[in-house]
Design a protein around this ligand. Sequence first.
Ligand code: NAP
Length: 226
Amino acid sequence: MRPSVVVNVAMSADGKLSTRERRQVKISGARDFARVDRLKADCDAVMVGIGTVLADDPSLTVKNPAYKLERQNSGKPEHPVRVVIDSMARISLDASVLTKGEGLRVVAVSKRADPSKIETLQKKAKVIVAGDNEVDLVRVLDELGTIGIRRIMLEGGGTLIAGMIRADLVDEIYTFIGNIIIGGKDAPTLADGPGWTQETEFARLTLADAVRIEDGILLHWQVNRG
Ligand code: NAP
């Protein structure tokens, strides 16, 4: 069964996920951080693109000890499976996502990845080879389904989120909009890449909820799947 996907991002009031040099910015506060940690603990896997790994070096681990314990008590590993989408296997073996915390890692690469890099990577992660040039996201999700993953939290960045929307794989989107303006036409947004030009191609959303959190607002969207 193909897993469901929930996107979670924090964006500035002008819709940017980071600066134009792709430098991580603190957009939300402690309450939203706790919400994101809860969401992560409730998912079977957390997914990011290689752009985010190279820019931010996130560990993608659950932080709250109570949530980790809760996962263990229900027979799950402390952290969700961590998944990186990385056509050319550019990830460093020292990346935090591969070295911090216990649990399975999956790196999805394409046929363009160097076989010797794949072999080294296999010591640290399950490697899925899917797609000729870029990673075939549908095949990756189907393969994640076969190892028992039912719900994936997609953390970004904008290029991967756009690819997932294009492949009609996203079910829900949480956007926390914070009280800063980052600016810059080249700063990452929720859905980067070439975008869409025809109205029929636009993803259509239904607003499920809107809640004020500290000095920002959290929007919860359902994606009207085609
Ligand atoms: P990204 O979305 O993390 O990764 C994109 C890369 O994934 C692509 O360039 C491509 O690289 C690879 N990829 C492979 N197959 C793909 C496919 N089918 N579709 C799409 N991508 C595919 O990178 P990004 O857009 O540069 O975003 C990184 C920025 O986002 C950073 O600045 C980070 O701080 C920010 N960010 C912000 C938040 C937030 O909540 N504010 C969350 C996450 C990230 P290859 O061709 O090399 O495989």
